[in-house]
Design a protein around this ligand. Sequence first.
Ligand SMILES: Cc1cc2nc3c(=O)[nH]c(=O)nc-3n(C[C@H](O)[C@H](O)[C@H](O)COP(=O)(O)OP(=O)(O)OC[C@H]3O[C@@H](n4cnc5c(N)ncnc54)[C@H](O)[C@@H]3O)c2cc1C
Length: 405
Amino acid sequence: MNKHGYDLSCNVLINGAGLVGSTCALSLAQNGLDVLILDQRSSDPPIEPEPMRVSALNIASQNILTALDVWDRLSPEIKTPFENIEVWDASGHGHLKFEAASVGIGQLGHIVSNSGICTTLHQAINEHPNTSIIWADAITEYATSEDKITVVTENGRTINSQLLVGSDGAKSKTRKLANIDHEAASYQQIAIIASVTTSKPHGSCARQRFLETGPLAFLPISNHQCSIVWSSDLEETNRLLTLSDAAFSEALAAAFNYELGSIESVSVRRSFPLARQHAKRYIGDRIALIGDAAHTVHPLAGLGANQGISDAAALSQIINARHSDNRDFSTRSVLRRYERWRRSENAFLIDTIDSLQQCFGIKNPVVSQARTAGLNLTDRSEILKRKLMHHAIGFGGQTPLLAQQ
Ligand SMILES: Cc1cc2nc3c(=O)[nH]c(=O)nc-3n(C[C@H](O)[C@H](O)[C@H](O)COP(=O)(O)OP(=O)(O)OC[C@H]3O[C@@H](n4cnc5c(N)ncnc54)[C@H](O)[C@@H]3O)c2cc1C
């Protein structure tokens, strides 16, 4: 395959070399398909400004990345296992704890650096003979014909492919060019992220406290640090962002009820507006959407990247099976199988997370009592907890084959 020319062809063109697009590319390339990836960013590895952005990856995502020979290449500094999850409600006495040991597993997941995992995926892609990344270029238009999709890029490239996969994030250009509508609603919250050092050890536990203004999570990372995700309304976020480091540290420790003691150091803070999005269709003519291009959710359940990795594994499973049988993998009926599978599972998760987010946002004392009762009842029911844990580690729905290894 000509990797750097201006008249290119491949089996699958992937638009967006983020975590999800790169996972999809490797999975297809390992099955013998020629895969090209385009990304508008100019460099690799991206220079990640402090604080480190992280994702809580579940066991299903870990299995997929292990099957692609990527997981074991991630250095221990960028993947920290967590054994327990604790959730509690600041306005009541409701408390819920999930323990890996209670279901006979070593950990419930890992907190992984987003840029660290992308860099490792890109290294694996660069080493693979069937796939490569073109940086600093983007699609401007495309046309489909009976047997291919032809894409034209900003830098004047023409790329012929059988399928175009849109993995270009929440503002997906692929989705726009394909005229795929999406539902979008702001959560009216902004997440502040930062890396902090706490005076008490995190004990490999991912914790989340639901405040009246939104959830506050402390995720364990290396060197006894935590990555925090503090979601609040616009006014509260603006207040928190303008505090000095010392005042922010004190506000943070107090908001977490000093569960991990005081905050000894804090990195710069970054903020992300939070919105729920769901594409009405995941497919078009020789086009499929995966990851944030298809859906975004509130980070309170730490599921967005996991959903995207499962999209990538599911789509490549369907394509790889057809390719192995020497049959066209980009017909509507084949792509519809992917859409049926993943859209219904993602819709269920988006709705569940929405309900949780709304439920914890209600300030009424009766609702607060009901929440306390619900959390404590769940905590006492081993059967229900096992079921919830099964979902949390990524095996709640139809699990892609790569995740079952
Ligand atoms: C505060 C916060 C915390 C989160 N925590 C978690 C968590 O704990 N667990 C979890 O599972 N998820 C989490 N998420 C969600 C997770 O970060 C995303 O779901 C995930 O990063 C999406 O990956 P992606 O590859 O689909 O998209 P992106 O990471 O957005 O990648 C898109 C890629 O496409 C490229 N691109 C964009 N536009 C174009 C274009 N026009 N042409 C070419 N290339 C383009 C970009 O440069 C980028 O490389 C969190 C999200 C937020 C905001």
